[in-house]
Write a protein that binds this ligand. Structure first.
Ligand SMILES: [Zn+2]
Length: 280
């Protein structure tokens, strides 16, 4: 599943390639995408002739702002992709929405498993959408600080990893980055959130920001069939320290030759990797 850095990579790519483009023609091959959501009936008539203003991100959602104050809200789900193509390129058979621009470029939304979504709302309605209502702050924003995190963690006894994945505390932090950050900080994913000290909270926050920034620079992590919007594979996966490395010795333990290896457990249904020796 694409995580925040992948989505940010897609947003930056789209901002660069479709800002200022005028929509000549819109095609919807399938209106039902993620269960319970639907592309509005008037999608085509509302957006044809409109010009793309800019592309923003909120959590893992992609917001394509149109100059007419409408916003196309997109989510990539598990297998979704938003590709900018030249007019001569073949269209993937799972393409649900295609926007043809006057310039000849196309924006294609394809999603074989259809967990993604495409909506169209007015700019003023964006924050009223159900998934934005209780969404926490952005992890890359200034508001996300050690003090903020500590205050939130004080209120709960759930494990620190579960708290970091709670979207109402901080938005868009995914499983991979949380596993990696806890490893770097030497904190067990099972530690009760309340026990995290202010200095640990500060280090966690700065580690998370650094990891996300580094992953964005590398173009995201890339899992299975997900590719960035330009079709290039993300390079970050090769840099993962614990995620997906069950049984291997982590770097530190390997150097000291002292542990039985990285453990994989399930925590709230999510695969969780950690080194029981380094992380306490
Ligand atoms: Zn280790």
């Amino acid at each position: 599943m694409p995580e925040l850095p992948e989505v940010e990579t897609v947003c930056r790519y789209l901002r660069e390639h479709i800002s200022g483009e005028e929509i000549k023609k819109a095609t919807v091959n399938r209106y039902e995408l993620r269960k319970g959501t639907r592309i509005p009936y008037n999608f085509i008539s509302r957006i044809e002739g409109q010009v793309i203003d800019t592309v923003k991100r909120r959590g893992k959602y992609i917001l394509i702002h149109l100059q007419g104050k409408d916003v196309i809200v997109g989510h990539l789900g598990m297998t979704g992709r938003l590709l900018v193509q030249e007019s001569t390129q073949a269209i993937d058979k799972h393409s649900h929405v295609i926007l043809d621009f006057i310039s000849g470029k196309k924006l294609v939304f394809s999603d074989p498993r259809r967990f993604g979504l495409i909506l169209l709302v007015e700019e003023s309605e964006v924050k009223e959408l159900p998934f934005f209502k209780d969404m926490g702050i952005e992890p890359l924003g200034e508001e996300f600080s050690g003090e903020y995190l500590k205050e939130k963690l004080n209120k709960t006894r759930i494990p620190i990893k579960t708290a970091l994945l709670d979207q109402s505390i901080v938005a868009g932090l995914g499983n991979i980055y949380v596993c990696e950050a806890l490893f770097i900080c030497g904190i067990s994913p099972l530690r009760p959130a309340k026990e995290i000290s202010i200095s640990q909270a500060r280090i966690l926050v700065s580690t998370i920001k650094e990891l996300l920034q580094r992953a964005i620079s590398a173009g995201g992590t890339t899992f299975r069939d997900y590719r960035g919007s330009d079709g290039k594979k993300g390079a970050y996966i090769s840099q993962l320290l614990v995620y997906g490395r069950e049984g291997e010795r982590c770097e530190e333990c390997n150097w000291k030759k002292v542990c039985e290896g990285i453990k994989k457990i399930s925590l709230n249904g999510r695969a969780t990797y950690y080194c029981p020796r380094k992380q306490v």
